[in-house]
Design a binder for this molecule. Structure first.
Ligand code: PEP
Length: 256
């Protein structure tokens, strides 16, 4: 059975005081709420707070809560002011790294070619990846959505061996649904998730595609999470805004 995952991407939000409170509240709710240990919960703080979150998580001894960075460099070290290497992320205790978020693609002009290098670097260091893909509204309206998703997946990932691909979690995040309050309908999400699983199936076979977790992201909230997660190819969510409040985030976790 593939993993069920609810990942919070905090982006450039929250202070150390807010983070401590949020992590402890969610961890306590997970203990009390008896969430299945098969469900993985991920926290994705900004770089300065990775070590703080690691320290708090370690004090709870909950193996199913994981720590993710929001980005990484494609090289190991050297003259890259402002960048953070995968080795550094491992050093501070990250379990995962998010690569290819649409905000990185848009504001930092990250191409499929660069993202491929970042994926390779992460896997070289044994750091599993949440890899984000998604079409813009314009691409959807022009009916190019399947073409765009296919190239995002194939150009950045299809050089990988089946073993390496199994260390990737995909997150389908339609750009028009991120931070907008507009959510893809459960049917739209299922249609795309099924398409993505089929792409993996055609290239790597059923064994690999069936085990791949594919998360949905884009304005997931307590009110819509259960319906989205009920779809057969939706294995959880990557959550932005609603992961900043412990109550909302825990409601979404419970929905899985
Ligand atoms: C995201 O940033 O990955 C995201 C899905 O954001 P939001 O939930 O706020 O739309």
């Amino acid at each position: 059975m593939r993993s069920k995952i609810v990942a919070g991407n905090w982006k450039m939000n929250l202070s150390s005081v807010e983070i401590s409170k949020l992590v402890k509240e969610v961890a306590n709710q997970i203990i009390e709420g008896e969430i299945s240990s098969d469900t993985k919960i991920v926290f994705g703080p900004a770089f300065p707070y990775l070590a703080l979150v690691r320290e708090i998580l370690d004090s709870f001894h909950l193996g199913n809560i994981l720590l993710a960075a929001q980005n990484c460099s494609e090289i190991d070290s050297g003259a890259r002011t402002g960048e953070t290497s995968v080795g550094m992320l491992k050093d501070v205790g990250c379990d995962l790294v998010i690569i290819g978020h649409s905000e990185r693609r848009k504001f930092h002009k990250e191409s499929n070619e660069l993202l491929k290098l970042k994926v390779d670097k992460s896997l070289e260091h044994g750091l599993p990846v949440i890899f984000c893909i998604g079409e813009t509204l314009e691409e959807r309206e022009q009916e190019k959505l399947f073409e765009v998703i296919e190239s995002q997946v194939s150009e950045a990932l299809f050089h990988l061996s089946a073993e390496d691909l199994s260390k990737i979690v995909l997150a389908y995040e339609p750009v028009w649904a991120i931070g907008t309050g507009v959510t893809a309908s459960p049917e739209q999400a299922q249609e795309m998730h099924q398409f993505i699983r089929l792409l993996i199936d055609k290239k790597y076979g059923f064994e690999v595609s069936d085990k791949m977790s594919i998360l949905y992201g884009g304005s997931v909230k307590p009110a819509n999470a259960a319906e989205l997660f009920s779809k057969p190819d939706v294995d959880g969510g990557l959550v932005g805004g609603a992961s900043l409040k412990s109550g909302d985030f825990f409601e979404i976790i419970k929905a899985i």
